[in-house]
Design a protein around this ligand. Sequence first.
Ligand SMILES: *Cc1c(COP(=O)(O)O)cnc(C)c1O
Length: 391
Amino acid sequence: MNPIGELNPTQRILMGPGPSDVHPRVLRAMSAPCIGHLDPEFIGIMNEVQQLLRYVFQTSNKLTIPISATGSAGMEACMVNVLEPGDHVVIGVNGVFGMRMSDIAERCGCDVTKIEVEWGRIIEPEQVQEAVNAKATKLVGVVHAETSTGAHQPLGDISKIARDAGALFMVDTVTSLCGAEVRVDDWDIDLVYSGTQKCMSCPPGLSPISFSDRALETLRGRKSKVQSWYLDMTMVEKYWTDGDRAYHHTAPINMNYAIREALRIVHEEGLESRWARHQKNHEALAAGLSAIGIELSAQEGHRLPMLNAVKIPDGVDDAKVRGALLSEFNIEIGGGLGAGKGKVWRIGLMGESSCSHHVLHLLTALETLLAAEGVSLTKGAGVAAASEIYS
Ligand SMILES: *Cc1c(COP(=O)(O)O)cnc(C)c1O
């Protein structure tokens, strides 16, 4: 084998569906010395990470920890711990991540009712009511921020319906956490998971989760063993929260340094200011795009601030434009997933990536590239409209 060159990735501007830009403080924290996973210093760090996670989830749940794997493992952890074969579950499916939830429920041997709505639209409470009326329901699951479509799911009514039906309420906050309001305790969420690489602006690798007391009671009352050894919270919680910290698996030490620093940054900014910043940059981007004839595709009134799905203008070559954004402007945006493939772009304004200079830079780049593709637009109109929002 020939020698392999030194690692030297380009510094990109990450405006896709994740990962988002990572703050240099987080990268520096990751390069701190690796210590043992049972070192008393590391135990202290684990406790601090849990405190910070309770803050961002707005919860006092004891079991609030990062799973040592990406967001999808958090989804799986929430489901395999409370679901048993034959349980009836109701899942809202309005994009890729609702599909993934229902796939996991099926693998758990559950009887799954999928509430399927057109991609880009939200799940309506009446649909959930109808599904839980039909059969006794163990769990209702929805995606708060559907990253594949840009839909922002309201949770209040669905939470109440789940509670009244005696079902656990599970919410995917992978993309919403730290970028839009999430209140686990106030909203009676029983099982919640997130990811590090979206609005937390940390590299991918951990999945924060939180279980309510009701979820823990369900776990303790299981008839069968949890299907997954790695994600079995009866064992994992002993490592994260017990007095004697029994070994379960080796925590990714330096990833925990990273999440600790990323969450410290979130705490310094304050959740409410952070949500407002995401909203402002979304409004500026939407105004700028609209001025050059690009429309958002998610349901009006239910659009995410951190993930802007837009219709690709007619006649424009999807791959060519995204390729040029990357090679000429150093900007990554996302293509469409599933039903949105070739039809939408997904522009992320997540965490560190949610800032005015990224918005203005992307608008300038799009004006240039789309004009070259033959789209009729007034150059400078997008940047002017966005600047208006900022002024
Ligand atoms: C990204 C994402 C996931 C999956 O997270 P991974 O880190 O890719 O495993 C799950 N749900 C939503 C809504 C996401 O955006």
